[in-house]
Design a protein around this ligand. Structure first.
Ligand code: FNR
Length: 199
């Protein structure tokens, strides 16, 4: 079976540059033989994390969809903007809820689903740094949840408002190659891990 990749954009905004980059990276991953699923965090409809909601209603069932999608994937590619140098609340809120989700039926507790999962990082911004500043925070944050951060391969696409053609493809060969390199490292790690687990 092909390596399965879960792509998670950190912005669900109409016209999101990161969603565009996530779609471009998904096509590149498919060309490298992966099967790709793109998950819309906004569609999960998670409320802002609130301990009173958790105490009265438990972790929302929709957080379970994120867990199931991660369990089903061999690797995760997070494609997120930075807001004031930090990963977006859409990402942080979803993973905060995930980290609180207990096991239920066949579904593992949230942090069991993410432990050991290879994760790659991309970001896009119209600015000159492409969202690079948030990546160290993301690495630190995801260490709570993911044992395997693909290192040092990551890529921040600067001037992202000018980076795509009308079809949503990355215009510059160099950008396509760099994204392809991040994706290839991630898929390679995922398939090595899968082979190791099978023996
Ligand atoms: C931004 N933006 C931004 N860009 C950047 O490169 N570094 C930053 O620290 C910030 N900070 C920031 C804060 C807030 C609250 C907003 C709304 C925006 C600009 C940001 O990169 C730009 O709006 C992107 O287009 C957002 O990503 P999507 O939605 O296009 O994927």
């Amino acid at each position: 079976a092909p390596v399965s990749l879960l792509v998670i954009p950190g912005s669900s905004r109409t016209g999101s540059l990161n969603l565009r980059l996530a779609r471009a990276a998904s096509r590149i991953a498919e060309a490298q033989g992966a099967s790709v699923h793109l998950l819309d965090l906004r569609a999960l409809g998670l409320p802002l994390y609130d301990g009173d909601i958790e105490a009265s209603e438990g972790v929302p069932e929709r957080a379970g969809e994120l867990i199931d999608a991660i369990v089903a994937a061999d690797a995760v590619l997070l494609v997120t903007p930075e807001y004031n140098g930090f990963p977006t609340p859409l990402v942080v809120n979803a993973f905060d809820w995930l980290s609180r989700a207990p096991a239920s039926g066949a579904r593992p507790a949230g942090l069991k689903a993410t432990a050991g999962k290879p994760v790659g990082l991309l970001s896009a911004s119209p600015g000159p740094l492409g969202g690079l500043r948030s990546m160290n925070y993301l690495r630190q944050y995801l260490q709570m949840a993911f044992a395997m951060l693909v290192h040092p391969r990551q890529f921040a696409l600067s001037r992202a408002d000018q980076a795509f053609d009308a079809a949503g493809e990355l215009k510059e060969e160099k950008a396509r190659e760099t994204v392809g390199g991040v994706v290839a490292s991630l898929l390679e790690l995922a398939s090595a891990l899968r082979a190791a687990r099978a023996t």
